[in-house]
Design a protein around this ligand. Structure first.
Ligand code: B12
Length: 474
């Protein structure tokens, strides 16, 4: 069977003028995971439009497309193109799950929710000539027995971070702006790999660097502790995402740092308890944010703080207050978002009920545009504040101010290297991406992550080894 798998480009990714690095970071892990259910005899062409020109002159039997909200129109156009050529087109992913009717108009088969259980079922029906129009993942979901991901289909050299990995699905929390509740509706919404399978997947990845794309890698502390132990001594350097609450849990962060955690994406979202309550982000309520950031830095873990602007408690002062706080904490990188009510989420239903949705042009649901009527801000103030926050946070003055919150010179250089490398050399990234050499920058990333070869966790590990050796001799 000839199978075509496509990750269409999100808006902004294919601008002819400029290529942001963020779209050349991670390979299409979702599609490579689904491909593990195909026969090795099947001819599979996996294309990611973020990093390569799509070839649509081919004549596959089966086409599998992953759809996000800001790639929906592109995905539908590709689906229509291949259906007109007689291919069987499958659409799935976050946007299809939130708006199945819209997607069904462009597909032979649609999939709702995770595909780990439904896609193999579909393939059996399809090979038997009886594919259904709709497959919905329900009930007891598991990833404990999924086959190894088809990483052979991924063009590693096109990505800065070819070693992206997930060892879980979903998240134990219920924030009302997040896709999760809608996507996992009807069944388990947080489940993990087995420790052995997680370690086996890690062992399969070449090199040192790993990037965990799990929504919440520390969501199941017992599981996390298990494979953190298993990873000790592997010499890995890795990045992931976790909550303020999990960072404050005694012992867990230390174990993660000891086996290579070097930066953490943290959903800080807002400094306002009122906003935390209204967005059902209870896990951040009454938590000492400053102590959490300090704990991360004390363990040599850099912070990528994620913030949302435009919640109902926000007025004009939110932008400067947030940037000032983040710089004062020495947060290395920040990802700002304009609050975006994604279809299917509690926030979208609230905005609909209150008649505050401005339009349904999905291309603009990219967290850079205002698509609803804010409460205490105008749409212009919100968009201008968002862009000002990015400019201010990554101004050289603030990068150095943040770096100088560290006493140690190496930590200061690491902060400057990481923050500036991420945001101050975009023309250079543009050149590297167009030259299809994104992976060439990985050793630099590894050196910065590892504190130029002298990371506190390594020093701590060496000291502990020396001590245990000494005790052994005595
Ligand atoms: C990698 C990633 C990206 C990549 C691109 C996507 C990609 N796949 O490579 C990049 C870095 C470009 C990106 C950008 C952004 N992202 Co992003 N990203 C992710 C992330 C962290 C991991 C996706 C992944 O690899 N998951 C692991 C694999 C195994 O799962 P999967 O891809 O979902 O596939 C499974 C199922 O979805 C399903 N499936 C998927 N497709 C199909 C198709 C078929 C036919 C079938 C049967 C099944 C199926 O089966 C697969 C196996 O189970 C997700 C988090 C998440 N939980 O999805 C956020 C996430 C998708 N991103 C998010 C956001 C907010 C953004 C940004 C706005 C961030 C920013 N500030 O810029 C931008 C988008 C900007 C724009 N122009 O729109 C949000 C949601 C957005 C939404 N609702 O669409 C998420 C959910 C994070 C979150 N928790 O809120 N992102």
């Amino acid at each position: 069977m000839r199978v075509k798998m496509i990750l269409p480009a999100l808006t902004e990714a294919t601008s002819p003028f400029f290529r942001p690095i963020k779209y050349s970071l991670f390979p299409p892990l979702g599609l490579a995971t689904l491909a593990s259910h195909l026969y090795t005899s099947d001819e599979v062409d996996l294309q990611d439009e973020h990093v390569e020109q799509l070839n649509t002159d081919d004549t596959p039997d089966l086409v599998v497309i992953q759809v996000y909200i800001t790639s929906a129109y592109r995905a539908y156009a590709l689906a229509d193109h291949y259906r007109s050529k007689g291919a069987h087109v499958c659409l799935g992913g976050l946007h299809v799950t939130s708006l199945p009717q819209e997607a069904a108009a462009h597909a032979d088969t649609i999939f709702l929710g995770p595909g780990d259980d439904t896609f193999p079922e579909f393939l059996k029906d399809f090979r038997a000539g009886q594919p259904k129009k709709n497959y919905t993942s329900l009930g007891q979901r598991s990833i404990e027995r999924i086959p190894p991901i088809r990483r052979d289909l991924i063009k590693r050299h096109l990505y800065l971070v070819p070693n992206s990995i997930v060892v879980s699905r979903g998240c134990p929390h219920v924030c009302n702006f997040c896709y999760k509740e809608a996507f996992f509706e009807g069944g388990k919404s947080f489940y993990v790999q087995t420790v052995d399978a997680a370690l086996a997947e890690i062992e399969r990845l070449p090199g040192r660097h790993l990037y965990f794309l799990d929504d919440h890698l520390f969501g199941n502390a017992q599981f996390a502790r298990g494979w953190f132990e298993g990873m000790r001594g592997m010499g890995r350097l890795w990045q992931a995402a976790g909550t303020i609450q999990s960072v404050l849990k005694p012992g867990l962060l230390e174990k993660a740092a000891a086996c290579g955690l070097r930066s953490l994406f943290v959903g800080v979202e807002t400094l306002s308890p009122e906003n935390l309550r209204s967005s059902l982000k209870y896990q951040n309520l009454h938590k000492d944010y400053d102590a959490a950031i300090r704990r991360l830095h004390d363990n040599g873990v850099m912070v990528n703080g994620s913030f949302v602007f435009g919640m109902d408690g926000d007025n004009e002062s939110v932008f400067d207050r947030t940037v000032e706080w983040a710089v004062k904490q020495g947060i290395e990188t920040a990802t700002f978002h304009i609050m975006t009510p994604y279809p299917g989420t509690g926030l979208y239903q609230q905005m609909g009920r209150e008649n505050r949705l401005l339009h349904s042009n999905w291309d603009l649901y990219d967290t850079r545009h205002v698509v609803y009527r804010p409460a205490k801000l105008t749409a212009e103030q919100l968009e201008a504040g968002y862009w000002r926050a990015y400019r201010e946070f990554y101004a050289w003055g603030n990068i150095f101010k943040g770096a100088w919150t560290n006493a140690d010179w190496r930590e200061r250089m690491r902060h400057v290297g990481y923050a500036a490398g991420w945001k101050k050399f975009e023309p250079l990234w543009d050149m590297v991406i167009r030259a299809k050499r994104a992976t060439a920058a990985l050793p630099t990333l590894e050196t910065i992550l590892d504190g130029f070869g002298a990371h506190p966790a390594d020093e701590r590990a060496e000291k502990q080894n020396a001590q245990s050796l000494l005790q052994f001799r005595m």
